[in-house]
Design a protein around this ligand. Structure first.
Ligand SMILES: Cc1cc2nc3c(=O)[nH]c(=O)nc-3n(C[C@H](O)[C@H](O)[C@H](O)COP(=O)(O)OP(=O)(O)OC[C@H]3O[C@@H](n4cnc5c(N)ncnc54)[C@H](O)[C@@H]3O)c2cc1C
Length: 405
């Protein structure tokens, strides 16, 4: 069968390898100059390709659908597939899996070599602008001329990360065929807050418990590293709650507990124990918090850094502890889709069969990867979605012959 895969990213390459292994004639049409452009920059250039702690709870979308797809090609099968094409991987205590080479480029390379060994026809610098159903198959309009195929796999990715190739083109292609698309929001993205109390801390990292509050009630929580920037906050613990911020509407505040190791009482005692130290306020929190952070906490409360610590009252100590345990930053927004790692939203999964990923609207058309309304947490979950759904779409319903089962 003649199969065209539109989009040569993670899901598209996985789909093409599966379809070609099943003896189909496969062509990948990719609008960029080379395959796997986004894949090559994942995980800060290291590519966190999956996570050993896999469960549907790490995903947002229809859980039943997501489980069905993840179970069809699970983490073990994914790692054995990669080993089979020459990629040795290594895992961290958090469960995150990386190539042993520590280079995202290795992941792209082994996929490229596998495609080439299977004689997949790779056409780059080719943007597909329209899909039409034609007889038993499909006719495509592209930037380099028309193409025909009897089966189509759409893996155009999401809108996130424009610099790495993210775009809305895939959604438009499928909408042109009668599919719908949900609202799109950036996820795994830096957060803009009022920056009066973050800008002086630019470059400082802190361990914190993070709570997103909407009009006083907590709507999301995380903990871990927070990075302060001139526009607001970033870092893994912020990425983990960013989806609830970009989809959470207005009136949001991020509250940071900058000393989660100590409760309020212990923190009060610690500060009180320093009142007789003869220090000035500048050094009251030295050894407790990053120096810049400690001084910003005290300045935010209006204390003069040159005053002696001995002047502090019991109320003052309570106020300082409160500020450390609840460092509030009103949210302005996020750095947006271009800066995001993944798109929340996409083509509704109800429009696809969870067993085959064939469109319920356009028979013969399959879709996989970020273009679908599924997104995962930070930690390799989005790429696992791309591998699992890409593999399943590549089977094109030929489940009897699943090479991995
Ligand atoms: C900076 C960054 C770091 C990330 N790090 C990680 C990580 O470490 N771990 C993780 O799990 N996830 C990570 N992600 C998310 C992950 O990269 C994506 O979720 C994943 O690549 C999605 O795979 P995909 O195949 O669906 O889309 P993509 O990999 O984006 O591939 C889609 C391809 O389709 C092509 N295309 C689009 N439209 C057309 C068209 N009309 N015609 C022809 N070609 C077209 C695009 O050029 C692109 O190559 C990261 C994302 C970013 C931006």
């Amino acid at each position: 069968m003649d199969v065209i895969v539109i989009g040569g990213g993670a899901a598209g390459m996985a789909a093409a390898i599966t379809a070609a292994t099943l003896k189909n004639r496969v062509t990948i049409l990719e609008r960029a100059e080379r395959l796997g452009r986004k894949l090559a920059v994942t995980g800060n250039g290291r590519c966190n390709l999956t996570n050993l702690n896999m469960s549907p709870e790490h995903y947002h979308g229809r859980r039943g659908f997501i489980s069905s797809v993840l179970n069809s090609f699970n983490v073990e099968q994914t790692l054995s597939f990669f080993r089979g094409i020459g990629l040795i991987t290594t895992s961290e205590p958090s469960g995150k899996v990386y190539p042993h080479s520590d280079q995202a480029g290795s992941v792209v390379d082994v996929l490229r070599f596998a495609l080439s060994a299977l004689n997949v026809n790779i056409i780059t610098n080719c943007t597909v602008s329209e899909i039409a159903v034609s007889g038993d198959g499909f006719k495509l309009k592209t930037s380099i001329g028309p193409f025909r195929a009897s089966r189509l796999i759409v893996t155009c990715g999401g809108a996130a990360g424009a610099k790495a190739g993210g775009s809305r083109l895939g959604y438009q292609l499928l909408k042109g065929l009668g599919h719908s698309c949900t609202n799109l929001h950036p996820s795994l993205v830096q957060i803009k807050t009022e920056n009066k109390y973050t800008r002086p801390l630019k470059g400082v990292r802190a361990d914190a418990a993070v709570t997103v509050q909407k009009r006083g009630s907590g709507i999301a929580r995380s903990s871990g590293e927070v990075q302060f920037t001139d526009y607001g906050i970033s870092g893994p613990a912020i990425f983990d709650v960013s989806r609830s911020i970009t989809t959470g509407g207005s009136d949001l505040t991020v509250s940071l507990d900058l000393m989660r190791k100590l409760d309020r009482h212990e923190l009060n005692e610690l500060i009180t124990s320093r009142l007789g130290s003869g220090l000035t306020m500048e050094n009251l929190l030295t050894g407790t918090l990053h120096n810049k952070l400690g001084r910003t906490v005290l300045s935010r409360l209006g204390y003069s850094l040159s005053a002696p610590v001995s002047q502090l009252s019991r109320n003052d100590v309570g106020e300082i502890s409160n500020m450390i345990k609840n460092y509030e930053l009103p949210v302005i927004g996020s750095l947006g889709m271009d800066a995001a790692q993944v798109t929340a939203g996409g083509i509704p999964v109800e429009e696809f069969d969870p067993v085959t990923l064939e469109s319920r609207i356009v028979p013969g058309l399959f879709a996989a990867g970020e273009i679908l309304d599924v997104d995962g947490d930070c930690g390799g979950y989005n790429l696992q979605w791309a591998w699992s759904s890409g593999h399943l779409a590549g089977l094109m319903g030929d489940l009897q012959n699943d090479i991995e089962n």
